[in-house]
Design a protein around this ligand. Structure first.
Ligand SMILES: Nc1ncnc2c1ncn2[C@@H]1O[C@H](COP(=O)(O)OP(=O)(O)OP(=O)(O)O)[C@@H](O)[C@H]1O
Ligand SMILES: [Mg+2]
Length: 259
């Protein structure tokens, strides 16, 4: 298959079995390739299987059929090579910001001084200097998500998997977080798979937007987004942006009607 493929999703389907034997087909077989440094956003109606696909890539769930390869290696469980950020805040509440960020590094046995250097670097990167010793409950939602992103990045994963990470934030904070993540991507180059409900967000950050069909989910279409980097939020009012948005809105509307 694709030689420059970072992540290969090959024929991945998922059927859930209920306790009374009833079956829910969440995903139809999906083939999808993510290239190194791609920023792919995934849009689709509620319940179409987006989180299921992300969880499979994360190794938190398993496909009924098919397989996922990361750098050619079979994904068969969770691993530090994939950094996850979810919508609901998943920080360890008993650890401080710095301790949360250093958690994975400590697990790996990284020397103390290096842990500190890395966590300091990412704390600065996400604008949390001065909050190193705060606990999650002492932070706003946006700050908690910034910590979660810093934690994911500190592990230097091969791919960043984000499932509606800004979904619970107010609009203002959300836009700031989009700019923050995009800025990190622009400077650090990362491969990103990002699920969102927000069409503006999907276009603003991505170089490819994948649209899921209604459940059982499959990738119905894909749109390339080729605005220059660094991107400024003012592109959102450009004719090209508005055109892509109109196309995506129509596609998603058509799928949502089927639900
Ligand atoms: N562990 C599970 N057991 C049974 N069914 C499940 C499980 N996880 C997901 N499903 C079902 O699979 C389908 C897809 O769910 P999923 O959470 O992937 O959708 P989604 O696209 O992320 O939706 P949303 O946009 O609302 O987050 C749904 O019908 C859901 O009920
Ligand atoms: Mg979901």
């Amino acid at each position: 298959m694709n030689a420059d493929s970072k992540l290969s999703i090959r024929g991945v389907s998922r059927t859930f079995e209920g306790t009374r034997g009833q079956k829910t087909q969440a995903l139809l077989p999906i083939d999808f390739e993510v290239r190194e440094n791609d920023f792919v956003t995934i849009l689709g109606p509620s319940g179409c299987g987006k989180s299921t696909l992300l969880r499979i890539v994360a190794g938190l769930d398993f496909p009924t059929q098919g397989k996922v390869l990361l750098d050619g290696q079979l994904v068969d469980g969770p691993g530090a090579d994939r950094g996850m950020v979810f919508q609901s805040y998943t920080l360890f509440p008993w650890l401080t910001v710095a301790q949360n960020i250093r958690f994975g590094l400590r697990e790996r046995g990284m020397p103390e001084a290096q842990q500190k250097e890395r966590s300091d670097y990412f704390i600065a990167k996400v604008g949390l200097r001065g909050f190193e010793h705060h606990f999650p409950k002492q932070l706003s939602g946006g700050m908690q998500q910034r910590t979660a992103i810093a934690r994911a990045l500190a592990n230097d994963p091969k791919i960043l998997l984000l499932d509606e990470p800004f979904g619970a934030l107010d609009n203002q904070t959300r836009v700031l977080m989009q700019e923050l993540l995009l800025g990190i991507w622009e400077s650090a180059q990362k491969t990103v798979l990002f699920v969102t409900h927000d069409i503006d967000e999907a276009i603003f950050m991505a170089n490819r937007v994948a649209v899921f069909s209604a459940r059982p989910g499959r990738i119905k279409s894909e749109i390339a987004v080729d605005f220059d980097h660094p991107r400024h939020y003012t592109i959102k009012t450009s004719p090209q942006f508005i055109d892509i948005k109109a196309r995506l809105t129509e596609e998603i509307r058509a799928e949502s009607m089927k639900v």
